[in-house]
Structure formats: structure tokens, C-alpha cells
Design a protein around this ligand. Sequence first.
Ligand code: IMP
Length: 436
Amino acid sequence: MKVLTVLGGQWGDEGKGKIVDLLAGRFDVVARYHGGHNAGHTVKYADRHFALHLLPAGVLRGRTGVIGPGVVVDLGALLAEIDAVRAAGVTVGENLLLSDRAHVILPYHRLLDAAREKAAGDAKLGTTLRGIGPAYESAASRKGVRIAELYREATLKARVEAIAFESKALLESLAMTDIPGVEAVVEALGEAARRLRPHVVDTGLYLRKRLGEGATLLGEGAHGVLLDIGAGTYPFVTSSHCTSASVASGLQIAPKQLDASLLVLKAYTTRVGSGPFPTELSDATGEYLRKRGNEYGTSTGRPRRTGWLDLAVGRFAADVTGADAIAITKLDVLDDIDPIPVCVGYRLDGKLVETLPALVEDVARLEPVLEKLPGWKAKTTSVTRFSDLPPAARRYVSFIEEKTGAPAVFVSTGPRREETIFRDDLPFAAALPADP
Ligand code: IMP
């Protein structure tokens, strides 16, 4: 296996950061291929704690980190993150490559995101307010500013002017008045661009060459399949594609180069922002999961909505990403729950439905079909060997494997690197590049 991608199988926050961190040392290059600083990847080891949003987690392991053309980049956020990890002793130099084709998030995009959410009132999407959606809109409307344009003064100015012109009319219609002028925006971009200059390359060319020479690549997915703009619970989704299909387009490599997908599933479900969530618990158990699982957003600090594991969602995510293996995170959060209900399908108007329907108003009406699995009522926190898990916990894991059709190669039993079961006896583990 040369090229692997790690993907979220729910609505984001599955714990992908930890899994990417565990695998990163085995790969030459770790690359982000979609999304922006709406993502939040937490990495904890020993007494260190990193919350990454844009930097590929591989940089913490001294690997080459690529921010690919499919990513939308807030220059200020990227520079702040580089400064923060450098201050913590991490090297960020030649090992960070930023695509000259990635699109730039402008202040107008952030303002539009905020103005639209405000105007929507109760119907808001609950975005991260980072300007992600409007930046992808500019890209799709062929008006965007890419990293390469930052280094051509006249082109940059013309592009910012065009976006400012269109945004101004829209922002004013949404009662937003404090709109920054083009000169100030171009100046701020210029300063940030100067600092980022050493990192800017044609990352597509770089990756195609490296792969041709036999290098290994780990694709670091953000968000989750149910937030995918096509496959997710539209319109309550993010603006990028979050399945394995976007690895190729988001990095400008050939789809056939992707060897394997690893899907990350939390042992229960969480969601931030608005939108239907069939297994949501709005009661004391939901609050218990939030507290015990420390379910507060890495990017925004918002309390996450919580609910039972939804394996109709898990199956869909595994199918659509072609998952070769899964990683189950936060198993220990369920230690004191008995029995543990798990969703295996739904009923809609009395009829059985095996997967989420297209319309969110129908998704909101689904009644989950819950199967109760026995709890284990024992501490699994920090367990590192599968055989040391109580039988009911192993049964829970194998139930997830049966329903998703993929073997659980990782089971995470705590937030730290060390608190992980790695099942190195599985064929998937044997196919991974060697751990140096
Ligand atoms: P946006 O990506 O900021 O436009 O937000 C759209 C939706 O995606 C909102 O419901 C966000 O909460 C959600 N979202 C975006 N990124 C993440 C993530 O990394 N984890 C969880 N939810 C996310």
C-alpha cells in the first residue's frame, strides 16, 4: 500500500486527527486535499496537545505536509497555526508545501458567511463562520483568488476588485455595512503572501513525481461523509467533497493511485451545526455522552449534539468511500452504559428504510430502528490490546465490523496516542508501509 486516505464516516469530529497522527510516521507525505480551517484535528501525546485546522498532522511527525489545490486557505489562520506549532518546538520549513492552485479565503467570504447565517435566523446552517462556503462559491464561479495570483500584483488587484464588487452588493442586501476596501485587503494579502512564499509550489506536480518515484502518501480527510456536499445531508453540509473520490481531484493525482481507504467512526455519533440527526439524544444520556466524551468543537468550541451509533450511516459511509478498514474511536466513553442501543436502519411512514433519504425533511422524520447490544460496565480507558477488552466490548466492535463490512484495525480507548489498540494481526495492518 502506497497511498492511503483517512476519512470521517459521520458528521465530522470522529477523531481522524489522532488516527492520522498514528499513521503519519509510516508515510513520506501527508496531505490535506479539501476543506479549510473549518476542520479541527486534535493530536495528544505525552503532555503535548495540538489543535490543528489547516496544517497536515504529518508535520508533527516531521513528515512533508502538503496543503493541496482542493483546500481553501485563510492565510492569517495558516500563519497563526505555523507560529503556534513552531512555538511548541515543531519544525515547519521546507517540509510544508502549499499548492499554488489552492483558493484563498478573503474577508468578503467570511463576512458573507456570517451575514447569510444571521439573515437565515432559525434556518441557519450552523456553519463555522470561516468563509468556507463563499470561498468555494468564488472558485466555482471562476472568480476566485488562488495562491498563485497572490504573487501577480495586477491580477490580484483585479480579482479582489471583482469579488469585492459582487460581495458588496450582496452584503449590503444582507444589512452588512462594515465592508473592507480593496486596497486594505490587497495589502494584508501581500504581507501574508510574502511570509508564505517559501512554501508555495505546484503540489500536484510534486506529488505525481514523488508517487512515480515510489513515495508513500497519506491523505488526511477532514469533516465527514455526511457533511459531503453531494453525499451528505444537503443542505446541512460543508462545501467540499468529503469522500475518497476527492483525494484525487483535491491533490491532482490520478484516482487509480489511491490504494486504500480507512474510515473513522466514533463509537457513538456527534454533530455540530444544524441539520437532521436520526439517533440524536436530547436527554440526560445525551448530556452524559457530551460530558464524558468532552464533545465540544475543536474549531469553534460549540457543544456537539450527541446520539447513539448509527450503523445505517456507517454502512453508507463505508460503501461510498470503499472502506478497506475502519478505526473506532472513543470506545471507552461507553464504558458505563448498558445496554447500548445502535441504529441499524430506519422507519419512515411505517416502512423500513435502509439508508438516509434525499430530503432532509424526510431524514428529520426517520425513526431509528435500534438494536440493543450488551454493555460491558468495565473500564476500557487506555487498553492497548484487543484481547484485554471485555467480551461485550469486543462484541460491540465486531457488530460494527459486520454492519460496515470492514475490519476494525484501530480501536481508540482515550485521547492520547498511546491509548490505542492497533490490531497488527489484520491483513490491512500488514499491508501498511512499515513503521520506522
Ligand atoms: P462550514 O464548513 O463552515 O460551511 O459549515 C457547514 C457545516 O459543516 C456546519 O454544520 C459545520 O458545523 C460543519 N462542519 C464543518 N467542518 C466540520 C468539522 O470539521 N467537524 C464537524 N463539523 C464540521
